[in-house]
Design a protein around this ligand. Sequence first.
Ligand SMILES: [Zn+2]
Length: 226
Amino acid sequence: MHTQFVERHIRSLSIAKTCAELGARIRTVSYITGLEHNELVRLFFVDKHSAPRGRPPDSPEWYHQKATLIGKVEAAMVVAVYCRMRDLGFGPTDALVGGFKHYREQCNQSPRINFDRAFDLVCHTQGIWIADRPQLALATCPRCQSQHLTSLGERPSHHRPCPFCKLVKRYWYDKRVQATFPPRSQSVRLIVSVLVGRWLSDVGADAESPPRNARFRLAKVVSAAG
Ligand SMILES: [Zn+2]
């Protein structure tokens, strides 16, 4: 029994170290690992000023009121990668830490989602750690089939473009969007593999669709990814 406790504690310390290196605030690390605030400060935040400070993220408010289009797209990427890792059998902590690392490695520019935001998004879509119940959900867009974040219970509409529909519409004339998701980049590959991969197999059949069709335009971005 004692050995199990020691092994669990060592694993918690290892996760805490990784979270601190990823830029997590002390509160976040404490929720994820269950380690006490004072122990975390003593071991990983000796210089208290190095830890992120200020008001912690409030993702439901941020997503609906403040997030940019690119922020919404990257938020969906983070949550979708987390869900994919959970589906593969990883626990919540490994899915969050591993998924965030994967997301960060794929970004061509500074990630729009920091670790605390990723933690908060996962909490509010899964109803875990700080959240008693989910307030956000991953939904599939009926227009482009991409997974994106919505309020819990909100039904995506064919008449309401999702962030990926908007991203594709803007892609060819918005330099900032192109710089964030360059053709043939890892970030576009991540969008393709995680969010729209489900229907890639029938892109060929869709290629005859009119150019104004959202799926056709998305297919063009996807095919530019090589
Ligand atoms: Zn869409």
